[in-house]
Design a binder for this molecule. Structure first.
Ligand SMILES: Cc1cc2nc3c(=O)[nH]c(=O)nc-3n(C[C@H](O)[C@H](O)[C@H](O)COP(=O)(O)O)c2cc1C
Length: 169
């Protein structure tokens, strides 16, 4: 198993569903998912590649389960691993903090040069996001509230991008 997908969101919510969708795309033999509510440091360290996902809950806020796990992640030995991020949000209701949870996870990562999977902001409409750096999102932004019809295609494209950036064959 190469890819560990760590997600934090409401029970069986859109972050969970996006994580499931990612596992399906990579294949169950290559990727496994963990809820950050009960994941451990050992879980993080056993994978070659990490994909970290959170929903957004206000200005700069990750899902609450990430509040504990982000400290576990900062302590873990993951310097040699490539990391990709995804974030759930709602650009219509929260246009000034769109997918901010993903921005905070990125901000807290000790080794940002290992991050791949940056994603264009084209096709989204928002005023401000802590997840936007140099004109791109720091990971895949998904909006199940106002653009659910785009989620499937966004995930497929992003997985293709990650296959290249992770150098999976
Ligand atoms: C109280 C509340 C606050 C929210 N704050 C934000 C926010 O600041 N930015 C954003 O993009 N989405 C925000 N959202 C939208 C959620 O992130 C979005 O609905 C997401 O899909 C929830 O995912 P989950 O069910 O996996 O937790 C908020 C939703 C609620 C209910």
């Amino acid at each position: 198993m190469k890819i560990g997908i760590f997600y934090g969101g409401s029970p069986k919510g859109s972050t969970f569903q996006a994580a499931q969708n990612l596992v399906k795309h990579f294949g169950k033999d290559k990727a496994a998912m963990h809820n950050v509510g009960d994941a451990t440091r050992e879980d993080l360290e056993k994978y070659e590649y990490l994909i970290l996902g959170t929903s957004a809950w206000g200005i700069g806020e990750m899902h609450q389960d990430w509040e504990r796990f982000i400290d576990v992640l900062v302590e873990a030995s993951i310097d040699d691993k490539k990391i990709a991020l995804f974030g759930l949000g709602d650009q219509v209701e929260y246009p000034e903090s769109f997918v901010d949870g993903m921005g905070t996870v990125f901000c807290r990562l000790p080794n940002k040069e290992n991050v791949v999977g940056f994603w264009p902001t084209k096709g989204y409409s928002f005023y401000f996001s802590t997840a936007e750096k140099d004109g791109k999102f720091v990971g895949l932004a998904l909006d199940e509230d106002s653009q659910p019809e785009l989620t499937g295609e966004r995930i497929s494209k992003w997985v293709e991008q990650l296959r290249l950036e992770f150098q999976l064959n």
